[in-house]
Design a protein around this ligand. Sequence first.
Ligand code: ADP
Ligand code: MG
Length: 255
Amino acid sequence: MHTFDEVSRMMRSLNLKHGRESLNALLAQAGDQELSPLQWTGMLLGHELNEREQQRRATNRRKAGIQVEKHLDEFDYRHQTTITKRQVAQLLDFQFIDNRQNLIFIGPPGVGKTHLATGIALKALEQGCKVWFSTALALTEDLEMAEIRGRLKARIAQLCRYDLVVIDELGYLPMNRQNNHNLFQLIHALYEYRSAILTTNKDFTRWGDFFVDENVAVPIVDRLIHHAQIFMLGGDSYRLRQKMGGGSVAGVGQN
Ligand code: ADP
Ligand code: MG
């Protein structure tokens, strides 16, 4: 027969952290419910696995870097009619992640690109995927910092460990040559290996405007759109609509 302390020590050796932490409560519960040895074993191991999974998801959620929570069930398809609920629902089986496809949302400001990208990313996290979300600007700074420290390759390898990389607001700001190069390295590493979601206000034909070098723009765009589902969003800015009290924003002009 083993004492409580002995059992607790054995659980520590086996790294059964959660079962060990709750051992008292679990034993009491097993006593109350008069569990059979098999049921008790199942209860203990089930508890350990459950807690580990929850912790893993919480870690994934934290590492994802999603600052503003935007859920898909808050998305109003009556306002945004250039994408349907069914089209979005079809993405939520996450076949696109299994198939290493990209999603690209193109459209003017305020039409819901970031909202959709964030909502899909949150759902992917719920499914247990590892997601990393960043604005293009923050990504550029991140890669630049890594490059300066001679750690660009290592940083890219780290980002490639995520199942899904979301790059929000690509094309809002022009990038210098080094930044173009860094981004190309990342896109190249992700290509056919991981999925990305991009949001951009620029049509591909105008991506040359913000990649200083056409020679970089072409291969980047080429890799991104190969195996991509592209959604062209239009309509009025939701922000402007809200400001105008729900009326039409015709004549206000997009910024
Ligand atoms: P974009 O990234 O296209 O510039 P956002 O996704 O940031 O636009 O949307 C701007 C704001 O309007 C956000 O607060 C977003 O939640 C909200 N929004 C945009 N479209 C919708 C929509 N169809 N239903 C609900 N909220 C929306
Ligand atoms: Mg946005």
